[in-house]
Write a protein that binds this ligand. Structure first.
Ligand SMILES: [Zn+2]
Length: 209
């Protein structure tokens, strides 16, 4: 698929590299790792074509970057610390990210080996997980958390589409790598670290019955 070629071109590695890292080394940010599905426009049915939920130059026909993955989840779904670490940011009013949390964590030795194998590296020996569009935040800046700690709940804050609640999730190599295409180089495709289920259309999860 085109996005995979993009990821390789960006130095983030392709899907084939995913097996190199054991996903069990990190706790998934959500228990149910469905992803917003790229729906097909079907006039009159209410369906729409979503912004691409995947990582890379995937929006507006490749003209615009998406710096994380969008994990489909009803408002209020618990989110978890992916690793032992320190909360370096917990805020409530970013215009784009809304309520979001930044978790600094130390990658394991095998994770560093994996990053090196795809031509990447952790800067200063740490990575940052960003959780955005939250409806609740249970942690404070400076707080230490253990892997698996519930740190908040999903929502639609910031610039998220109110009709399609999701967790925007990123893995960053620096605290604030910038937005858009310029920020991709200092981020890692989360799909390379987590198994993500693309099988369920977002409509099936969030559309009222
Ligand atoms: Zn997103």
């Amino acid at each position: 698929m085109a996005w995979a070629a993009m990821a390789t071109a960006n130095g983030a590695g392709g899907k084939d590299n995913a097996a190199a890292l054991q996903p069990s080394e990190l706790t998934p940010p959500l228990e149910d790792m469905n992803v917003r599905w790229d729906g097909t426009e079907a006039s009159g049915s209410g369906m729409k074509t979503f912004d691409s939920p995947r990582f890379g130059m995937v929006r507006d026909g490749g003209a615009r970057a998406h710096t994380g993955v969008d994990l489909d989840a009803p408002v209020g779904t618990p989110i978890f610390a992916v690793a032992d670490g320190v909360i370096t940011l917990a805020r409530y009013n970013d215009p784009m990210l809304g309520s979001d949390v930044l978790l600094m964590f130390r990658p394991t030795a095998s994770m560093l080996t994996y990053l090196a194998s795809v031509g990447s590296a952790a800067i200063d020996g740490v990575l940052f997980a960003n959780y955005a569009h939250l409806s609740a935040v249970f942690v404070e800046t400076g707080q230490r958390v253990a892997r698996g700690t519930m740190i908040g709940r999903t929502g639609t804050s910031g610039n998220a589409d109110q009709k399609y609640p999701h967790l925007h999730f990123e893995i960053r190599k620096t605290r604030f790598p910038g937005i858009g295409a310029a920020g991709l180089g200092n981020r890692i495709d989360p799909e390379l670290m987590f198994k993500v289920d693309f099988s369920t259309p977002v409509e099936a999860v969030t559309r009222p019955k």
